[in-house]
Structure formats: C-alpha cells, structure tokens
Design a binder for this molecule. Sequence first.
Ligand SMILES: [Zn+2]
Length: 603
Amino acid sequence: MNTEVEEIKSRVDIVELIQGYIRLERSGINWRACCPFHAEKTPSFFVSPTRQTWHCFGGCAEGGDIFSFVQKIEGVDFREALETLAKRAGVDLRREDPGIRSEKTRLLLLCDEAAKYFAAALAYYPVVGVYLTGRGVLPETIKEFRIGYAPDGWRNLLGALAKKRFRPEEIEKAGLAIRSEKGFYDRFRNRVMFPVADASGRIVGFGGRIFDAVVTEAGKGAAKGSGVSGGQGDAGAKYINSPQSLIYDKSHILYAFDKAKKNILKENACVIVEGYMDAIMSHQAGVTHTIAVSGTALTAPQVHMIRRLADTLISSFDADRAGQLATKRSLDIAAGADFNRRVAVIPEGGGKDPADVVLRSPAEWVDIVKNAKPVVDFFLERALRTHDKKTPSGKKEIAREVLGEVRHLTNDIERAHWVQALARELEVDEGAIRGELAKIADGRDVPDEDIVVPAARSRRLLLEERILGLLLLHPEKRDYAKDFFAGFDGTFFSDVTHQAVFTMIMSSADEKAEERAPEAFAKKDAFIKDLIFQTEVMLANLEEKERPRELEASLKFLVQEVLGEECGRLARDIAAAERAGDPGLQQLMERHRAVSQKRETLA
Ligand SMILES: [Zn+2]
C-alpha cells in the first residue's frame, strides 16, 4: 500500500493536478489562488511545487498532499482518492477482495449496472426513442448522457440486478427499490431515466420522467395517459428522483457537472438551467458549460463547486413565467459568493425553457447565452415592464426590486451608477434612493453557514509566526534574536506552541551545521513545515532588498505590540485605582511611564 502511494506521488505533479480544478497564478517559487474550500477575495491558498504540498493560510488553515486535496475537492474518502490518482498516474492498485469492498463502492457499482440496464431497455422500446427524437435529442447525446428507460412493471430492475448478484436490500439502499409489506418493488416504473453523476462522473442517483405513452411489450402502443396505477403516491408525478443515500448527497451534486467542469473553467462562466432536459439540450447545442439544479435553489456547497471554477454565473430566466423562485433564490445565493451574475433571457413566446429553444434553434440558444444581461439590468427592465413608474406605489415597487439586486454589488462605483440611473428613471431624488438602499442593505441575508468565515488572528500571533518562520529559514539570525530579546523582560510568545518552537530553535543553536537546515526541522512537525512554507510565500512577495530587514522589523513590531498591550492593561488598572482611591496608584503610573518610554525608543 505504502509503495503504491509513494509511486503515485512520484508520478503526479501537484501543481498540474490542482490546475485541473482551479486557476493558479505564480507567486515566487510557489503558486497561489483563492482558496477553493472557503469563500475569500484575496488569495491565501498556496501550492508548493518543491514540497508537493498545498496550504490555505486563510479561513481553513489546512493543507496536505495530492491525496488530501482530491479527497477534499471531490468529497471522497482516501480509498477513492487513491483510485482516482492511481488511474491518473497509470499505477495498478492491488485488487481488493470483493468481499470487503466498501458499501459505498458496492452501491456505485449497483447504480452503474442499473444505468446499463435502463440504457439497454431503451433499445427494446422504440417508442421511447421516438419520443426523445421528437424532443430533438440526438442518438449520440442519448449515449453520452446515458439516457435510459425504466419499463412499466414492479420487478424489472430488481430482477435484472438479482442476476448481477445484488440483493434487494442493497437496491433499496441505492434508492432504486421500495420495500412494502409484500416485498420489494422498483421505484422507477414507466419512466425516461436520467442518470445523475457526481463530480467524477460516477452515477449516484437517477431522475425519472413519466413516459406519457403506454408502452406495450411489442413497443408499438402509443396511447396517451399514465400507464402506472396504485403503489406509491408519487407514481404519477412528472418527475421523481432518487432519495438521498449513502452515495447521493443532494446538496453536493449538480446535474452534468462532471461533463461541464472543464468547460466551466475554460469559459470562466457557468450556465445554470433548471431541468435535466434543459442541461442535455444546452450541451447538445454546444453550450457545454451548462449544469442543472432540479427544482430547488442552489445550496452553499454547490455554489462553492462552481465558484472555484468560474467568476461568472449565468442563470436562464424565462420572460413569460412570473415566479421561478428557485432561479431567483439561486441568484441571491450566488451574490453572496461574489459571482459576476448574468441572466440569459428567453424572449416572450420563445418557449418555456432552454430545451424548447434548442429544439427550435440551437444557434438561438447560443446567442441567448452569449447576450446574457447583467442581473441588475435584467431586474430593472423587468420591474419597469410590470409596474407603473408614474404612480408612487409603482415607483416604490420598482425601487424595491432593483435595489434588492444593487445591494449585492460590492463595487461602490457600480452601486452609485445604479442609484443615479434609478433616480433618473423614477424622477425622484437620489438621496431618497440612497436611503432606501441603506434600509435594504441593513436587512442583509445572513451568510450561509457552510461558508467559512476566517477567524481573525491577532496581529501579535501573526508576528510571532513570522519571526519563527524567519528564524527557521535563516538560522544564522538566531544570535541577533537572542540579543534583541535580552534587552527586554517578559514573555514574547503568547502561544504555547510558538514558545515551544522558539525554545527548540534557540536550543539547537550549538548543534552541527547540517542540522540547522530548515529541512531538519521540517521533519519534526507539521506545524513547522507550514511555518516554513508560509514564510517562503511571504518572502517571495517581498523585494530582494527588503528581505534581510524583515526579521529585525518583525522583532521590533512584536516587542512594540507586547509593550502596547501592557500599556493598555496598565491604563485600565490606573483608571480602576483612581475610582477606588487605591494607594498603589502612584506605582502603577510610574510603571506606565517606564513602559511607554521603552515603547517610544523602539519607534
Ligand atoms: Zn481556505
């Protein structure tokens, strides 16, 4: 096992691997990006090609190697990351005993077999193929998206999977069968089947659209009406989906994401549509950076999956339908992730959804996406159409709808632009619009809990880390630090780990030269390894001539910080002593003066 891991590590370059997921830019000897695992605006995610490691110096403060990166970004366990990377490296893993194959792997295999069964069934019922062709789906698209058919009947899939040695209990666990008093039966019956894959393309669930025509065994029947009766309450629903399962975590899955992710990265934009057919037809039309959310609004993890690949999010909106709350809610959530948001508007009478547009004209859909409007323009135009801007109540409604979008803009100039534009349009005072905007902005959405808010580290802790890192990289400066600290009394490292590392660095001052090398320390502790990495990154961002002075400056700042804290403490004690008429007041004031003076000498 260990040799396999080492073999894979030697063949996969971490920078190349991570570049397949997010955009990296050079930063000295390292590479950096905005962290894919937490929301941030300034890059604090670094990749070191020499160490073959990654690290987030922001909110997550996490790091690791190629395996931990794949585990985190794909949301898989170690074994799965190992398999993915082995494939990439061309390393053969020793075969696992099928008996101990993890339950998850087994369910994935089951879903894949089910998809094969549904795809094969499609060939037996030509009328379903005729239906798909009628909706404009090409044979190669059917194959690419593995569209299938679940025949009418209670035990078709159960029977087919039994032949592959899957037990009914497993089929139920994968969400494909339902248990009743009389036994197990197929969840999907008489439905066009859309396999749903995870980010790496493994099938984890299904969506099934009711097939309107009653299909006879001969595949000839085409009478209208549902061919299903009884059983589940949702049997007649237009769409049913696999339930949440061990392998299907709905909040982390986006339909067609596996096929779209490379193109999303390339286009630096992601098109979001609402249904399976919309996504499939959009891909067929050549808009291959399309994914679908089905019916529900985007979840925070889903937003994250997209955000780390692209800056722009394009939602399709249909001008005819009023509601579309899911799309609206998705746009709001996306605003929280600082997306550049656009709306692809399907013109009035242009059809219900993207699938209709593509059926009529693929080129038209390409154009609609290309001409997607910035979200505020879209809402202003729409508000002006639906409300009368001459009446006071109309003005109020228009302002409310548009400002609801303007408040999400992070750029002040953009906000000012819209305040002016709206004031002009509604013929009201700019101040009034600004007042309304302030009111709306106060009621800001609370941030999604899944987005990590970086914990603020104190300036003192940051300085402590910087000094330790510099001493690790430049052991020759240890004497300087020792002499510097000798001029002051007190403790300079507020964190116990920091103090321990400092003691270790200083006590090894007399050891042999080769042990002074940073690598020697690096082996001892992951914390030290991170510190060295972080310091290298920091130094790479500095001008050559600034580097030597960095330690001296940091030491001075740290002592100033420590003395400043002491001054603050003394000032509070003095105030308390004054109120209480404490006789110790004089002594406190003298101490305060002494510390202040010392602080000034450093300035
Ligand atoms: Zn992070």
